[in-house]
Design a protein around this ligand. Sequence first.
Ligand code: BJW
Ligand code: ZN
Length: 250
Amino acid sequence: MGESIINILIFTGAGISADSGIPTFRDSNGLWENHKVEDVASPQGFERDPNLVWNFYKQRFNNVQNCEPNASHYAVTKLQKWCEDNGHACHIITQNIDNLHERSGSQNVMHIHGTITAFNCNNKWSCGFKTSENLYEQYAEDLIPECPKCGQYMRPSVVWFGEQLAINFDTITTLAEQCDVCIIIGTSAQVQPAASIPVHASYNNAKIFEFNLDQAFHLMDNRKYSFQAGKACETLPRFVEEFINKEKYK
Ligand code: BJW
Ligand code: ZN
């Protein structure tokens, strides 16, 4: 790489926040109070029982507020800052709705599955009302916040099964196809189209680094793929130090 610009793409999932005390979706058997993830994260689930879904997100919001970014979020921020200072490019794409990347100082984080702190009218197409006011404070059992414009239920601005990503997928595949280094942290690769992002990176012959307890991606060419087993809060900070130093003294 030498003097040339390095283009890094960081792609994160629930595993990066596990070390902050935020439960993942599928490790802990994929159930929330005996409900399947699909029941609390789908438009059908919301239609069936909006109260259950509001409860789910309010509990998760409260949990997130009580958690702090961990060493792997800070390592991502350090790498992004290093890139900025040295004229390299670094994009961060997360599936997480928890905002811990921003709270650790990362910038321009792309939330493909939305964010837990924004809300929109469930009548997305014909109304479109959005707010970042904290509606969890208004929500109480059976008192679901309603849209001030049309009276329909409000919902968190997150992406449920069957819904389109919060960011245009072409924009993302373009970023993936342009990167030289793709760093994947803590995702099970079970959910599409997010899990295809590293595959697009590999089309561009990018060097792929996966950080996970167990390897989730198996598609990569061995010479271009490296798997680091363990908790991301331990493996990632070490990797970032080494990466920065290696590039610095090249
Ligand atoms: C650690 C660790 C530590 C633990 N250190 N690591 C093609 C094929 C098959 C299916 C589909 C397909 N295309 C679309 C689909 C359908 C569907 C889908 O993928 N279904 C599969 C489940 C079968 N996809 C969709 O519906 C998507 N939409 C779509 O495709 O729309 C098409 C469309 C086009 C045009 C018009 C309309 C529609 C949308 C998917 C939305 C997913 N939403 C959720 C909820 C978001 C809000 C919320 O957070 O509540 O996103 S579901 C949930 O899964 C959440 C996550 O972002 C996502 C991924 O989970 P993640 O992050 O990978 O977590 P886990 O728990 O699975 O894994 C944790 C990992 O961390 C593990 O690997 C651990 O080992 C690791 N780990 N501790 C490092 N300390
Ligand atoms: Zn409305």
